[in-house]
Design a protein around this ligand. Structure first.
Ligand SMILES: [Zn+2]
Ligand SMILES: [Zn+2]
Length: 383
């Protein structure tokens, strides 16, 4: 009996792999929030051969289309162009122009149904620490940021209406202990309104100290891929991963609304199946994607079946922390993306008063804090 069940399970998992060889969670698409805001995924930090990346900009476009992004920004290093001997160019907007052509040219682009991907012009101000590396996005002309004094580059970005953020402030190449720290130059950039955001997560790393700086200085929390090679490899898509990116909670599906939400700090970074951001942003998003429904008692028992449903694009890991306990599940539960699990709560005195409490292990709402959520009493019956 057990062997037969095992054989069926193996067969099912083999079929599932054959049908969907790529990561089921690569597409970062979410339904709107109950308050009507759109949840739009953007990646505001990417490279191509026009700086130190290893692919042509059109590949970045196709990757972003496959990932269901609303938009992405080519952000080539302004001051570091190692491929210049092979790809001579003087125009720091060239990567953006080629990507824009790829999105709009039906001959070049593998069309994706629906609206075209939005390409946002950006650049990476690439200096020693301080200030280290910073991205400016929504630029009109990246060439004008080529300045001797880094402060002048930031001032020019502001003049162009850019949104500017501090990249990988904990990067071990520039910060050997891996701990993000503010310097007087960063304090001045923030005080002068020249720096509005901070990467708390890059493709492979995440920083509690960067989160603390975001809280202390009211900087927008960002996650970016900073991809240089093939995204599939760097993000581990074939191993079931997704790119690090930022979900923007925007009042409508438009680029001005995305820009406005970035300045307001209405973002959630997604990093290795984890929602990273302020509680005011992560909680409504999780309320929107995680649903808990209770059914009537199992016959002749006081066990209540409960369905945990995840309509979001990332798997969610929960720890049950309430007084109730599950009869047939561990305290740590994984609810797959676009899927559900059914567990029974034991010894329920009154199903109408049943409530459940969870710690969302796949969340980061502070330097060392996870979101806690309560559901019920009055959990809707399963349909
Ligand atoms: Zn960098
Ligand atoms: Zn970079």
């Amino acid at each position: 009996m057990k062997l037969r069940a095992l054989a069926i399970a193996l067969l099912l998992s083999t079929c599932a792999q054959a049908a969907e060889p790529l990561s089921p969670i690569r597409r970062l698409e979410f339904a709107p929030l109950p308050d009507g805001r759109q949840v739009l995924a953007v990646d505001l930090h990417t490279h191509s051969v026009f700086s130190d990346g290893e692919v042509w900009p059109s590949i970045r476009v196709q990757e972003a289309q496959r990932d269901g992004l609303y938009g992405y920004a080519p952000t080539e290093h302004l001051e570091y162009q190692p491929h210049l001997a092979d790809i001579p160019h003087k125009d720091r907007n060239r990567s953006f122009e080629i990507a824009t052509q790829e999105v709009t040219d039906p001959y070049h682009s593998p069309r994706v149904p629906g609206e075209p991907l939005v390409v946002i012009n950006g650049a990476e101000i690439t200096r020693e620490m301080p200030p280290g590396h910073c991205n400016a996005v929504f630029l009109a002309d990246a060439n004008k940021l080529l300045k001797k004094d880094p402060m002048d580059a930031f001032r020019e970005a502001k003049r162009q209406g850019a949104f500017t953020f501090w990249n990988h402030p904990y990067w071990s190449d520039q910060t050997p202990d891996g701990v993000a720290r503010l310097t007087p130059m960063h304090e001045k950039l923030i005080a002068d309104g020249l720096l509005q955001g901070i990467e708390v997560a890059n493709m492979v790393d995440v920083s509690p100290e960067a989160f603390r700086i975001a809280e202390q200085k009211n900087l927008t929390i960002l996650g970016t891929s900073d991809v240089h090679g093939l995204l599939d490899w760097e993000a581990g898509l074939n191993a079931g991963g997704h790119r690090t990116a930022t979900l923007v909670l925007a009042r409508e599906r438009s680029t001005p609304a995305v820009r406005e939400a970035l300045f307001k700090g209405d973002t959630v970074a997604v990093y290795k199946d984890t929602y990273v951001g302020l509680t005011r942003n992560v909680e409504p998003l999780l309320r929107s994607v995680l649903h808990v429904e209770a059914a009537p008692y199992d016959p002749e028992t006081t066990l209540v079946p409960v369905t945990l449903r995840n309509t979001g694009a990332l798997h969610i890991t929960l720890q049950e922390i309430g007084p109730e306990g599950f009869y047939d599940g561990p305290a740590v539960i994984r609810v797959p993306a676009h899927g559900s699990v059914v567990l029974r709560v034991r010894d329920v005195a009154d199903p109408a008063k049943l409530s459940l409490r969870f710690r969302v292990l796949s969340s980061m709402v502070g330097p060392d804090a996870m979101l806690e959520m309560a559901f019920g009493p009055g959990l809707a019956a399963s349909k």
